[in-house]
Design a protein. Structure first.
Length: 353
């Protein structure tokens, strides 16, 4: 019989389990791509850009969400973050030659996002593809390519969105973004330590919640995207159970009434930004009524800038998801039942979903 330790060693080699490489690969990406992304930001402003669209599907949508969050917070440059087909169907009036469309896809051949890329080009927009490998369908068709060459399909596109958006703000004399950019450079050692330190706590939590088949995931502010990723695209996709994500503040507006009859498992992401007090109130309400909480708190990870929270809470969550999958008998973390089998994707060169 294969031991849990042996399964973990196999998991480390999987595409899904990115935690083992996040520290070194983020360090490499920052060294190789920061200047490229700064140049893109400068080019965008010099071309008189009027609107940015962040476009992707699933995981590759939420790692762009922070781009809009940061642009909204630190600049007056309008932007939208849309899922790929919604971008096409909505067909924004502002989509034209003064628009930049930044699209993300790990494979570079996701049906939804290939369609969105071609739609953007048909409207004269400048397109930037964030993909794993340059020589992919989207890499060949986009005007600009950021290839990260890593299985770190969430953290590295996230870093790209951060650098580009913060550089837009910096070039517009928003000095308050400098500490965030500096803090980004300090993250790789933290991520490397987390891969070691978070292993044992994650196993204990996974064992404690091994019989649960439904997890509510709550997050707000800069952690919204990471919460969405795990609530929808990890817990259901990789652990094969029911997952629900909601903005933590919205739990009070209706969903809390469920506590009168149920004591659910809830995963709460707590930042150190302005959303923290309200997230803490939600935790207190849930615990008072018997909910069983797993709380990931940015305050436990040292002096990390509040807006860098998604980077710091990724590995603890992923260790929990990996152990939870293994304990449920899912031993091949890269195997899919429907995705990547040509069942749900259509089109020449399309491989996903």
């Amino acid at each position: 019989m294969v031991s849990l330790d042996e399964l973990v060693e196999k998991a480390i080699q999987s595409t899904l389990f990115t935690a083992p490489v996040l520290g070194p690969h983020l360090e490499r990406f920052l060294a190789e791509e920061t200047e490229h992304l700064r140049r893109l930001a400068k080019d965008a402003l010099s071309q008189g850009i009027e609107h940015i669209y962040w476009v992707g599907s699933g995981n590759s949508w939420v790692n762009l969400y922070s781009g809009k969050y940061l642009l909204d917070r630190f600049s007056d440059l309008p932007s939208d973050c849309l899922t790929s087909y919604e971008f096409v169907w909505r067909n924004p009036r502002r989509l034209n030659e003064k628009s930049w469309v930044i699209l993300a896809s790990f494979s570079g051949s996701t049906e939804d996002t290939v369609v969105a890329l071609r739609h953007a080009k048909s409207r004269g927009a400048h397109t930037v593809a964030i993909v794993n490998q340059r020589d992919c369908l989207m890499g060949r068709e986009a005007d600009e390519v950021i290839a990260y060459n890593s299985k770190a399909l969430y953290i590295l596109p996230l870093a790209a969105a951060y650098i580009f958006s913060l550089e837009i703000a910096r070039l517009r004399n928003k000095a308050e973004v400098e500490p965030i950019l500096a803090g980004l450079k300090n993250l790789p050692p933290l991520l490397s330590r987390q891969f070691i330190d978070e292993k044992a706590p994650a196993l204990a939590l996974a064992q404690q919640f091994s019989q649960d088949e439904l997890f509510y995931v709550l997050a707000s502010g800069p952690l919204y995207g990471l919460g969405y990723k795990f609530g929808f695209t990890v817990f259901m996709e990789n652990m094969r159970l029911h997952g629900v994500f909601m903005d933590a503040t919205e739990f009070r507006h209706g969903p809390a009434e469920m506590l009168a009859r149920h004591q659910p498992a809830m995963v709460v992401l707590k930042g150190t930004d302005e959303s923290r007090p309200l997230v803490e109130r939600v935790c207190q309400i849930a615990q008072t009524h018997g909910a069983r909480l797993i709380v990931y708190d940015l305050a436990n990870y040292g002096d990390v800038h509040p807006l860098l929270a998604p980077f710091a809470l990724m590995i603890p969550l992923q260790w929990f998801a990996v152990y939870s999958a293994l304990l449920r008998g899912i031993t091949d973390l890269d195997e899919r039942v429907l995705m990547g089998r040509g069942i749900m994707g259509k089109g020449a060169g399309i491989t996903w979903p």
